[in-house]
Design a binder for this molecule. Sequence first.
Ligand code: G3I
Length: 369
Amino acid sequence: MKFINPCLLAVTAVLFVNCSAKKGVTSLKDVYKKDFYIGTALSADQIEEKDAKVDSLIKKEFNAITAENIMKSMYTHPQKDKYDFALSDKFVAYGEKNKMFIHGHTLIWHSQLAPWMEKIEDSTDMKAFMRDHITTIVSKYKGRINSWDVVNEALNDDGTLRQSIFFKTLGEKYLVDAFKLAEKADPKVDLYYNDYNIEEPAKRAGAIALIKKIKAAGGKVDGVGIQGHWRLQSPSIEEIEKSILEYSALGIKVAFTELDITVLPNPWDLKGADVNQKFEGSAKMNPYPEKLPDSVQTQLVERYASIFKLFLKHKDKISRVTFWGVYDGQSWLNDWPIKGRTNYPLPFDKDLKHKQAYDSILKLKKTKE
Ligand code: G3I
């Protein structure tokens, strides 16, 4: 028998293990480690680690988490004198256990309110609600949650203030109050204003004016969350870039907080139709129930690549990029704006396999290094 030097064997084994380990750690969070956090939004089941495969994907790919629903006020504060932190405690513990950046979503939002909140009619009751709600929640997680969406979606698309229940009872002062209350409860936590379409010119101007006003009135705003519920063709990379530059010029961080890209037709582009009813279940509005055609897959790949190329160009201004969901099968876009469609908005498909879009995001870094 031929003699094999045991030292050589040992060295080969170590090399092999190292190489495999390196191969194994290729993930979004590792590749973008020096640039910005790569986050995902977790469902209740994911927070509870109900599916081991999904869980290992989350831990491998992401280093920041947001709760997709369970920290909204209808869940955390179901009755005036009752809070329910069972799931949000688990969410925060999950982030801590996995050394992830933990983002709180959201404190003041007109949607997904508990029924009792919707009945608040006057300024005294609304003030009391805001003080109790913000102070209780932010204090509870003081030093454990890294950033908060203090106010979510306060603007209309034309940049004017939404006539929300908060605006109707308190006027625009509610915005400054919310940020002041949050800062008082945890002076060190990063405070964000979060909204969709705020990369569009009119709404962006509204958001800039709003952030300036809050700051001028003594509120602490650390960042803006551009949600990033985008389409294949819009918004343009130019508008996104202008947004990064203009928000960052306010001296705040820019985060992309709910990124996904729909590939399905939008009923609102079809003029004059009673959209939600009429197109429900129609094949025309759900064109890819089984598989995404290669031509559209290619568009998605290019779209994600150009978006991340821009993010990398401005990595010094960007704190975090969070996808709105872990994989296509769980995306809210399968049920909005029409229920029961099959959409393909994320880097992982319904079987948890990484898509070509994922490869294109990784490749941007690999070619640079
Ligand atoms: O929990 C109930 C469940 O008990 C019930 O059986 C089921 C029946 O439809 O509904 C479940 O609640 C749903 C909830 O998500 C949890 O899955 C609601 O119907 C559904 O409306 C709700 O949608 C969420 C939506 O916010 C509500 O506004 C989406 O999951 C969530 O992705 C979406 O997230 C928002 C951000 O918070 C803010 N920015 C926009 C973004 C997308 O709309």
